[in-house]
Design a protein around this ligand. Sequence first.
Ligand code: BDR
Ligand code: CA
Length: 311
Amino acid sequence: PRKIIIDTDPGQDDAVAILLALASPDDLEVLGITAVAGNVPLELTARNARMVCELAGRTDIAVYAGCDRPLGRDLVTAEHVHGKTGLDGPDLPPPAMPLQKAHAVDFIIDTLRSEPEGTVTLCPLGPLTNIAMAFEKAPDIVPRVAEIVLMGGAYFEVGNITPAAEFNIYVDPQAARIVFKSGAPLVVMPLDVTHKALVTAPRNEAFRALGTPVGVAVAQMTDFFERFDKEKYGSVGAPLHDPCVTAYLIRPDLFTGRHVNVEIETQSDLTMGMTVADWWGVSGRAPNAMFMGDIDATGFFTLLTERLARL
Ligand code: BDR
Ligand code: CA
């Protein structure tokens, strides 16, 4: 199995991404989960990450708390999407498993240094603060990263937190800039892909019909999480942004995209956090990211439902 670190700000869609990874031990070995401030403050994301591990019956997973605010600006949160707790919907018990003592950034650095070079994949599902901090603190780890597969940004779909920017990149554009300029191989799941991974009523029913605590909780999460996108985009259901990352690691053939240059806007008030993707190759700048554009949504939901059934 591929070794991964999941860096996350749960978030209902983060939770589903984590569950998919934990349901797939033959494909993915989760070395640890690092929490970051994003959808809700750090205290809640670190708590939610542990609640999700417990829901999956995986109290053995090490969960670390990381940065509680972006590198150079105040934290922007998304309770309007995810609810007060960040994980509104199901009624999950508070976590009993401990939070690790080490800081998430140190865990990322130590793991990349101790595992063989090129064997650890980073999976950021929230603002890129922890990853950028680790790269700044220990530049020697950058060439040791196998790949970074992240959810963030947008091209044709433009923005969901401002007219121009996607939430994860907008919250910490400085961090995103560091990661996109790092030279580590990048695979990006932007809104263009994730707005096609929609939980329609029959797909939600398939989760619920699993009849397991996990299946029912996922159905309740997506019931709650769909409100924002239904109102804003006239979506037929909740977009499963972050699970696109873990699905890609298991079934890359479900996604298509282009290897292009992507730069992050960090100066402009109007377009702060915009992912300027050179889709048509007009800039002459060297490609630095595999920027995905499409998903086989039927294949994705078949995979997800089949894997969640294993938990
Ligand atoms: C991203 O922002 C968060 O609200 C979601 O969890 C996802 O990671 C989508 O823009
Ligand atoms: Ca997220």
